[in-house]
Design a protein around this ligand. Sequence first.
Ligand code: SAH
Ligand code: SF4
Ligand code: F3S
Length: 444
Amino acid sequence: MKYHLTTLGCQMNVHDSEKIAGILEALGYRRAESEDDADLILFNTCSVRENPERKVLGRLSALRTRKRANPGLIVGVCGCMVQVPAHRSRLEEDYPQVDLVFGTHNLHELPAYLERVRQGERVIEVWDEGREPVEGVPVRRTDPFHAWVDITYGCDNACAYCIVPTTRGRCRSRQPERIVAEVERVVGEGVREVTLLGQNVNAYGKDLEGAPDFAGLLWRINEVEGLWRIRFTTSHPKDVSDRLIDALAEAEKVCEHLHLPLQSGSTAVLRRMNRGYSAEDYLRLVDRLRDRVPEIALTTDLIVGFPGETEEEFRETLEVVGSVKFDAAFTFVYSPRPGTPAAALPGQVGAEAKRDRIARLIALQEQCSAERNRQLAGRRVEVLVEGASKTDPARLAGRTRTNKLVHFPGPPELAGTLVQVQVDETHPWTLYGRLIGQERSDGD
Ligand code: SAH
Ligand code: SF4
Ligand code: F3S
């Protein structure tokens, strides 16, 4: 039996898909090269904007005829979309080609669901809330040297535009011992870098006994022998503590990179978004971070066209972006999510203004990224080699501690090692350089 799994959305979904693949492979399924070759076709969906939703519905419609011709084929949908009741009923009623629907809180039940589908049942099982964080789900990692590690599930914030609290539920933290044990285990399997995952990692531990905090967790993971690098995402600006900044500055394995979503540079818009900080608060935080960790790379998320956003308010975003000079930014056009408070706000911004604003924002950010990267020209950087570059197999690709992609000529055996690279050429999204020396290999 072969499976084909399509993943949309963020790193949480990417990691959930590694779990789904792990479960399926433990059941004896193998990965299919293409959808045409598969006995089980699954879509791990995202609801954060309308586009990824439309994509999945389109792909499902296209499967209708194939399913009719081959009733033994199993088609399944999981992930964030099915946590939205309106989508769930639509799938149930209008997409008879779908045999299996399961949500973000119950993916560990997949073996039982598949068994029921094989018996001829149509299974639609979605839990509204996760109970305890589920442990011990097998994971099929896609990268030999890097692992995603969940630290919290869900989110207790209420940003006015965001569907994630609906799809992922309340914030639940894993026990620190479980997290550390998982990091030790993957390091034993050859992993050198971990990325800790949570919708707001700074909320880590608030729901646990003794309220261990995120900075404390970083220090504990910093002790894991054989691990070289620690990353994490995402940090909410309102919850960045001095202890976190200290860990960024002092814990040797914690990389000098912070993804700190700004969303808007207008305090009025931030208030309507219910973000809990002003543009000035954000700028002060950036100063504090750069004071303590001068080499830190800052990346962000930005939304244009939030309801009521005026040209003036949008320009405030351009101003903040121009003055912070982020290393990189993910830029999004606001997409109304049914059921969220922002979708009901007056003053929805027209498509043309949104298009115009996102184009101006992207152009500015490209200049900022180019400028930040130019500062690295002629410098030596430490790179964890991932393997052959996807765009040019003659070169290797890897990342700096500040999460910048670097391409350089070198032998494939260097994959999984730490090397020194001299940066010769910089582009907005990539650095090019040459190998200077090896720093650390397996077992060092
Ligand atoms: N928990 C993370 C990310 C959540 S979703 C955080 O708080 O940072 C990732 C990004 O998608 C958000 O940061 C936001 O910029 C964007 N986003 C969320 N909802 C959106 C919407 N309705 N329209 C457009 N972009 C959205
Ligand atoms: Fe959504 Fe805000 Fe939670 Fe992030 S912090 S997941 S943007 S509600
Ligand atoms: Fe992620 Fe999309 Fe869900 S961004 S949490 S997969 S709605």
